[in-house]
Write a protein that binds this ligand. Structure first.
Ligand code: C2E
Ligand code: MG
Ligand code: MG
Ligand code: MG
Length: 246
């Protein structure tokens, strides 16, 4: 996958500020255009079908990076990887993930796949079969940009979703705008009631973090902590494993 690179952005525990996960974010280093953000090439990759090899490469790279960090003695954290709904339409998707996990000695629960809902995906047979298989394996599922897309509440339980990520447009409004704050606190409370992990995206200011802490949001991510960064910088944020290695 020439020209593609992955950056890693930490997701931190709101109370302790310890890093509990890393989200991988893809970049394309174009020979003449420079760094191209995913918003500019993922839709094209989805149209052309290139998203299948790109997506597989991304999951594999993320899992290999996780294995490298474990080998260096760092405690395992969750590795979040964005996937496109197109990937879930591929009948072999779950099987490929299973093979990658085996190759990289990953516990399935270390991998969290982030899905951005733009359509009612849970009505498609292949998509459902892949999601069910992933859940059976123990892979974690996360709904990205929650509150903006096709957010049906029914599938959260139906698909046994582990994590919801509150879209950053709502966080941007916290705590001053009534609307953004109400949506944010409602999603947090929904997460509590359904036993789901809740992550706030795009946290840039201390007052937002304070609001999230008061409302009991579990995790946060954003420029207030760190921007997405290369693996060799991200490693500085990881904690040493206290497990004895044999
Ligand atoms: P996302 O999954 O919601 O990722 C969060 C985006 O917000 C990232 O943009 C990140 O750089 C940015 N961000 C992080 N903290 C802050 C903050 O405090 N303030 C603001 N304003 N932005 C923040 P990025 O890297 O450009 O990615 C955009 C989208 O592209 C992602 O949204 C995700 O849906 C998609 N994407 C990224 N990597 C991949 C990938 O490997 N595969 C697929 N299928 N999609 C990807
Ligand atoms: Mg994401
Ligand atoms: Mg996304
Ligand atoms: Mg998002």
């Amino acid at each position: 996958m020439d020209g593609f690179v992955l950056l890693y952005q930490p997701i931190v525990d709101v109370r302790t500020k310890a890093v509990s996960a890393m989200e991988t974010l893809i970049r394309w280093h174009h020979p003449t255009e420079g760094v191209v953000p995913p918003g500019d090439f993922i839709p094209l990759a989805e149209e052309t079908g290139l998203i299948i090899p790109i997506g597989e490469w991304t999951i594999q790279q993320a899992c290999r990076q996780h294995e490298r960090w474990r080998r260096q003695g760092f405690a395992p954290i969750r590795m979040a990887v964005n996937i496109s709904v197109k990937e879930l339409h591929h009948p072999q998707f779950a099987a490929r993930v299973e093979a990658i996990l085996a190759e990289t000695n990953m516990k399935p629960s270390w991998l969290e796949l982030e899905i951005t809902e733009t359509i009612a995906i849970y009505q498609e047979t292949t998509v459902l079969a892949n999601l069910r298989r992933l859940k059976e394996m123990g892979v974690r599922l996360s709904i990205d940009d929650f509150g903006t897309g096709y957010s049906s509440l029914a599938y959260l339980k139906q698909l046994n979703i582990d994590t919801v990520k509150i879209d950053r447009t709502f966080i941007a409004d916290c705590p001053h705008s009534h609307y953004g704050s109400i949506i944010t606190s409602t999603i947090i409370s929904l997460g509590h009631h359904l036993g789901m992990n809740v992550i706030a995206e795009g946290v840039e200011r201390e007052e937002q973090l304070e609001y999230l802490r008061k409302k009991g949001c579990h995790e946060a991510q954003g420029y207030l902590f760190r921007p997405p960064m290369p693996a060799d910088e991200a490693v500085g944020l990881l904690a040493r494993s206290i497990e004895r290695r044999t």
